[in-house]
Design a binder for this molecule. Structure first.
Ligand code: XMP
Length: 327
């Protein structure tokens, strides 16, 4: 029967056979799938693997540190972080239409990853003439089944040609999680010693906090939303509800203001929306009936600790008709 140790041993042997002495690249998103795929490949071939992490500034609090410190400490993976926070803010300036945001974020992400890839490939080739020919992807079994859909969970879909390389040089894909379901991937991640924050992480969309600000994206709005999101996650964890809820998007209504009173003064601030949902597969979802005391605590903390927010509201819509994310 199913045993994570057996799967690891089997995949390690397969990866070694596929790659030989070749060089491999892997994009990390901070999520479970890419982290476990990278850890498996690293176990198989060590420093023949290099990982790339793109910090586009739309990440949640502590996410970059978790990858750069905790994941690297747990695996020993060679990691290159590309900091493109400024570039993304500039590209997104003044944009509030959700689909336009998604397109810009996707385009900038692929551009960034390809540039990093091209640079690493040149470096690798300069070392010993052997370029990087393999790309790791954290594709899961459900992604394989519904493939053709396109908007899967993989945040990196850029395995086509890289500028400056011969046209016919394609990456060969390494997909060690292709036969697995999410809970199996989590079990393997735990067995490989990955940090719980990564292994038990809830789904987080590729476009990140960018599609959780209703309105245009600015540095201040991102900082504000990051704080509110961190409070919500901390309180849900403290209440022991991480496994009961599928995910809980926290949304900033940046284009909406309402009147409030705080201390001696009138405020005119923004609402934060809580969107806790229960789901099996994100195709449908129900809003999670969180305990009132917990909601009260979250609301108090956000309005007290996050400047600019004077109201916390709860989204009580199932999917359908609402989607999980607001954009
Ligand atoms: P919706 O909002 O469509 O979300 O009900 C369903 C699930 O997908 C996640 N999501 C994304 N994941 N890239 C991703 O990797 C995306 O662009 C994206 N958009 C939504 C969402 O968080 C939920 O789990």
């Amino acid at each position: 029967d199913w045993n994570s140790g057996n799967v690891i041993a089997e995949q390690v042997a397969l990866i070694q056979a596929q790659v030989g002495s070749g060089k491999v690249i892997c994009g990390l998103s901070g999520g479970v799938d890419s982290a476990v795929a990278a850890a498996l490949v690293h176990k198989a071939i060590g420093d023949q693997l290099v990982c790339v992490f793109v910090d586009h500034g739309l990440l949640r609090e502590d996410e970059r540190r978790q990858v750069e410190e905790d994941f690297v400490a747990a695996t020993g993976v060679r990691l290159v972080t590309v900091d493109v926070r400024e570039q993304f803010l500039t590209a997104l300036e003044g944009v509030s239409d959700p689909e336009t945001k998604r397109k810009i974020i996707g385009r900038e992400f692929i551009r960034t990853f390809e540039q990093a890839q091209a640079e690493l490939i040149r470096e690798a080739a300069a070392e010993d003439g052997d370029p990087i020919r393999f790309l790791v992807q954290g594709t899961l079994y459900p992604d394989v089944v519904e493939s053709g859909g396109g908007s899967g969970t993989a945040s990196i879909k850029s395995h086509h040609n890289v500028g400056g390389l011969p046209d016919d040089l394609q990456f060969e894909l390494i997909e060690p999680l292709r036969a697995l379901f999410k809970d199996e991937v989590r079990a393997i991640g735990a067995e490989l010693g990955l940090p719980a924050e990564i292994v038990q992480r809830q789904p987080f969309p590729g476009p990140g906090l960018g599609i959780r600000i209703v309105g245009s994206i600015t540095q201040d709005r991102l900082d504000l939303l990051r704080k509110a999101d961190a409070i919500v996650r901390a309180e849900l964890t403290a209440a022991g509800l991480d496994r009961e809820i599928w995910q809980c998007p926290v949304v900033l209504l940046a284009d909406v203001r309402s009147v409030g009173v705080q201390g001696d003064g009138r405020t005119y601030g923004h609402p934060i929306v809580l969107r806790p949902v229960s789901s099996e597969d994100a195709m449908t979802a129900d809003w999670t009936r969180l305990p009132y005391d917990l909601l009260a605590k979250i609301s108090n903390r956000i309005t007290n600790e996050v400047e600019g927010v004077n109201r916390v509201v709860l989204d009580v819509t199932s999917k359908p008709p609402g989607t999980i994310e607001w954009e």
